[in-house]
Design a protein around this ligand. Sequence first.
Ligand code: ADE
Length: 225
Amino acid sequence: MRIDIITVLPELLKSPFEASILKRAIDANLVAIHFHNLRDYTSNKYKSIDDTQFGGGAGMVMMVEPIDRCISKLKTERNYDDIIYMTPDGETLNQSIANHISTKENIIILCGHYKGVDQRVRDQFITQEISIGDYVLSGGELGAAVLCDAIIRLIPGVLGNETSALTDSFQDNLLAPPIYTKPREYKGWKVPKVLFSGNFPEIEKWREEQAYKRTKERRPDLLDE
Ligand code: ADE
C-alpha cells in the first residue's frame, strides 16, 4: 500500500512513522508513506496557501490552487483508490472503515487547516471525508496519523501474529475481553482460574461471555448495530 499525505506541517506527522509497528511496516516495504508539503505547490512568492473567506467571517480558508497542483501531479503518476480529506464534519472513523481502507492500493490523505479547504476541492477531488471524533483539532495531521495507524496495522504481515488484529476490540462489534499474563497471583490479586485450565473450549466460552458483558456495560450501542 502507498499513502501520500498532503500537509502544511510534515514535521508534525513524521515521528509516528519513525517508531514501533509503523516503522517496521515501512522497513518491510509493506507500506510506503510520502509527504507532500503544500507550500511547495504554491505559485505566489509568499508561499501562502490560505486566504480570507468570501462573504466575510472569521478564519482563513485553504485555497484551491496549491491543492489542485499537488493532487493533479500525483494523479498523473498513478491511480488512486481514494482521496481522503481529514475534517471534523466527515464520517466518524470506526473499525469497519479502517478495515475497508486497509485493502486499498494507493490513497491520498489531505490534511485541512484553519477553517478548512475551499469547497471546490471537496467537490472536485475528495472521495471520502473522515473525522476521528466529535472534537476539533488544530489541523488534520494528528487525525491522519490516527487513520494511518489504524489501517497499517491491518495490512497482512504487519502484525507479528497474523490473527491478532482479528481479535481486537470492535472486529466483531464487541469489545475485547480482559487479558492477563504472569504471575498467576500478585499481592493476592488472582487471574481467573479458567485461563490456566487448558480447556480451550471453556476458555473461548469465558472470553466470549466477558466480551459481551464488557460491551453491554460500556458500549451497549455496539450491540444494537
Ligand atoms: N481536523 C480537525 N478536526 C478533525 C477531526 N476531529 N478529525 C479529523 N480531522 C480533523
